[in-house]
Design a protein around this ligand. Structure first.
Ligand SMILES: *[C@@H]1O[C@H](CO)[C@@H](O)[C@H](O)[C@H]1NC(C)=O
Ligand SMILES: *[C@@H]1O[C@H](CO)[C@@H](O)[C@H](O)[C@H]1NC(C)=O
Length: 298
């Protein structure tokens, strides 16, 4: 029943998208930027679409704990900046959701899903939040998680504030650069995560040191990675050594269709087992391995 209602909601959204010309559903960051530059899309329209999607789907999915009351204002500012002809990076005007343990010094709460922290005020934006803002991203809201990142025993995806989410979360802090990506985790496919050790300063309850952007494509994840990597003076120990290895010009230059050509990739046995993962996750994993193995570029 829930799935049927979800399907109907998604179909309704697809109809909305068809009417405006821009294909919102599952749009990638590159498509969004193309839409911005050819005039078929504004950041305001995009944020409206996602806010609408949250209103419709969240009662079923419980994926989002709070939406940002300033999201539309941030989108309008991004549209204004673009209109002045300013050169904008790939995340400029693009909505992102931050997991509820990534601190933001704004009107959003940061609570790790717990009522205990509701109304508390964090001293500053987490390093990744500050960098995403600087890149022009619109902070759409806070995504749900397993309360206290599962530090306190809780069912996977459950928190007191968010309820039981149907979206399988990770315990690492998560940045979702596309709302659909977050929802796609339901089917455990078509989603790219890049695990990257980053500044953990100003995370509420940092049980894990890596940040994990959840994105629609590898390319989207690389755009996020390029925005959030770097040395953070407030977190010198974690970021000092790693920041020396950030390539000049960022990671985007390595996005090549024939990137697998000539590469030998070791695939460890024993991690992806039925004890730990669900069948659909194992199927998705196998599918991706097969794709890498047999793609003609390999
Ligand atoms: C504008 O860009 C979008 C992709 O983001 C594309 O779907 C659309 O066809 C483009 N429109 C024009 C007029 O080029
Ligand atoms: C943050 O929490 C307070 C309750 O302490 C609530 O009134 C407020 O609406 C919350 N902020 C958002 C953006 O939901």
């Amino acid at each position: 029943m829930a799935q049927r209602r979800l399907l109907l909601a998604i179909m309704a959204l697809a109809a909305v998208a068809a009417a405006t010309g821009f294909e919102f559903h599952e749009a990638t960051v590159d498509a969004i930027q193309l839409g911005f530059s050819n005039g078929s899309l504004t950041s305001t329209a995009l944020v409206r679409y996602y806010l609408d999607q949250i209103t419709r789907l969240n009662p079923l999915l419980h994926a989002v704990i709070e939406v940002n009351p300033d999201a539309l204002a941030q989108a309008a500012r991004a549209d204004g900046e673009r209109a002045t002809g300013r050169r904008c990076g790939p995340l400029h005007g693009v909505p992102v959701l931050l997991k509820d343990n990534i601190a933001t010094r704004d009107r959003l709460n940061t609570t790790a899903g717990s009522f205990a922290l509701l109304g508390s005020v964090v001293p500053r934006d987490a390093g990744v939040a500050a960098r995403l803002r600087a890149a022009g991203a619109v902070i759409l809201g806070k995504a749900s998680l397993t309360e206290w990142s599962a530090y306190r025993p809780a069912p996977n995806g459950w928190s007191a504030r968010g309820g039981q989410t149907l979206v399988t979360p990770t315990t690492a802090p998560t940045i979702s650069a596309s709302f659909s990506s977050l929802f796609d985790r339901i089917s455990s496919q078509g989603v790219c995560e890049i695990v990257h050790e980053e500044s953990v300063r100003a995370l509420v309850h940092p049980v894990r040191i890596e940040q994990r952007p959840i994105c629609r494509t590898v390319s989207d994840a690389v755009h996020v990675l390029d925005a959030i990597v770097g040395y953070d003076a407030l977190d010198a120990e974690a970021t000092g050594a790693a920041s020396k290895y950030i390539p000049n010009g960022g990671y985007g230059q390595f996005l090549r269709m024939d990137g697998f050509k000539g590469k030998r990739i070791g695939i460890p046995n024993g991690f992806f087992t039925q004890e730990i993962f669900e069948k659909k996750q194992l199927r998705a994993y196998q599918k991706h391995i097969q794709l890498m193995r047999y793609t003609k570029h390999f």
